[in-house]
Design a protein around this ligand. Structure first.
Ligand code: SAM
Length: 344
């Protein structure tokens, strides 16, 4: 990836060199990449929180970037955990071509999609001190916790500005993701995909005369018991993206087991493996989000790290998204070199 941008100080573009230091290791990297390689990557603007909150977030960032005069000539902006680069693109639209934007993300699939993305761990940034005039992050910095705030504090210039949108612990998105995780977890616990796979394999053997009908019946009963458990989970769950996904997966599974003769065994094995990866990555992502989201005390502590260097203005606000009455996100702004103001 080479965007023609000016690369600040020392930038390590080698994924392997950075991944060794990841707290969550290659598993996190792979799970996020599956997310960005999947539907999220096809429509990055829609990716965050299934897109319903997009307009509110867009308005927020437009307000942040509105004052383009505040961007120094040839200023440098860093987007932490940039994903597919949605915030960077908004900044470019708003501020114009005169800024260097660098995004950093754990996932190589995401970094590829962000025009100026590097693969890396935001808790260990490959940049020298004080080399960014602006640092932004949308539902990203919190995934690496306080070490990422310390790194942001280090690489921000003494008069720089930091602006982030972070998940609220027990807020509207948190609760929705907890619901999603519950249904995904119950689906995984039911072992439906494994039992579907065994039923398919035994079905193919039966077709070749290599399995007894009784063995096939046992596999069928096990698959149907798992499907009943998933149906109960679906019935219990409030509407959410995972409910829609599992609600579609279940009939798909029944469809393929009843029409296995129409497919080559390897084709269905690959399809099943893809579904297993999707479910695992989904559960990982929901768990990561629940863990990463922050209470107001945690946000205050994090903002304090950025403002500690001097005379800074801090603003922490709650952002409601869509029709949810509860806040879903904290917006955190730290403007260095200004007087302090804390609303929360
Ligand atoms: C919810 S997505 C948000 C992406 C992007 N900011 C957006 O709004 O579209 C969270 C992102 O954080 C990234 N991430 C998680 N932990 C990270 C870490 N330690 N270092 C860098 N990126 C990380 C993931 O790969 C993922 O792309």
């Amino acid at each position: 990836m080479d965007s023609g941008m000016r690369v600040p100080h020392t930038v390590d573009r080698r994924e392997t060199a950075i991944s060794g230091a990841l707290p969550a290791g290659p598993h996190a990297q792979q799970s996020w990449s599956r997310y960005w390689d999947g539907n999220a990557g096809k429509a990055p603007e829609q990716a965050i929180s299934e897109g319903r909150f997009g307009p509110v977030l867009r308005r927020h960032w437009e307000a942040v970037f509105k004052n383009s005069a505040a961007f120094p000539e040839n200023g440098r902006m860093l987007d932490l955990a940039c994903g597919a680069g949605v915030v960077g693109r908004l900044a470019r639209d708003r501020v114009g071509g005169g800024i260097d934007i660098v995004g950093v993300d754990l996932s190589s699939a995401a970094a590829r999609q962000a025009e100026t993305g590097l693969v890396g761990n935001i808790a260990l940034l490959p940049f020298g001190p004080g080399c960014f005039d602006r640092i932004v992050s949308q539902f990203g910095i919190e995934y690496a916790g306080l070490p990422a705030f310390r790194e942001a504090a280090r690489v921000l210039t003494p008069a720089g500005q930091f602006s982030a949108v972070v998940h609220v612990k027990h807020g509207a998105i948190w609760r929705e993701n907890a619901t999603c995780l519950d249904i995904v977890q119950r689906t995984m616990d039911a072992g439906i995909l494994h039992k579907c796979r065994l039923r398919l394999q035994t079905g193919y053997k039966l077709d070749r005369g290599a399995a007894a009908p009784a063995a096939f019946d046992r596999r069928t009963a096990a698959f149907e018991a798992a499907a009943r458990a998933v149906l109960v989970a679906l019935r219990d769950a409030a509407d959410c993206a995972a409910k829609a996904y599992i609600g579609q997966l279940l009939p798909d599974l029944f469809d393929i087991v009843s029409r296995r003769q129409n497919y080559a065994p390897e084709q269905l094995e690959d399809w099943m493996t893809g579904q297993e990866h999707t479910l695992e990555a989904y559960a990982f992502r929901m768990n990561a989000m629940l863990d990463a989201s922050m209470s107001v005390e945690e946000v205050r502590e994090a903002a304090g790290i950025l403002s500690a260097a001097g005379d800074s203005k801090v603003a922490i606000d709650a952002l409601s998204l869509g029709n949810h009455p509860d806040p879903a996100a904290w917006t955190v702004r730290v403007c260095r070199g200004r007087k302090l103001r804390a609303r929360h």
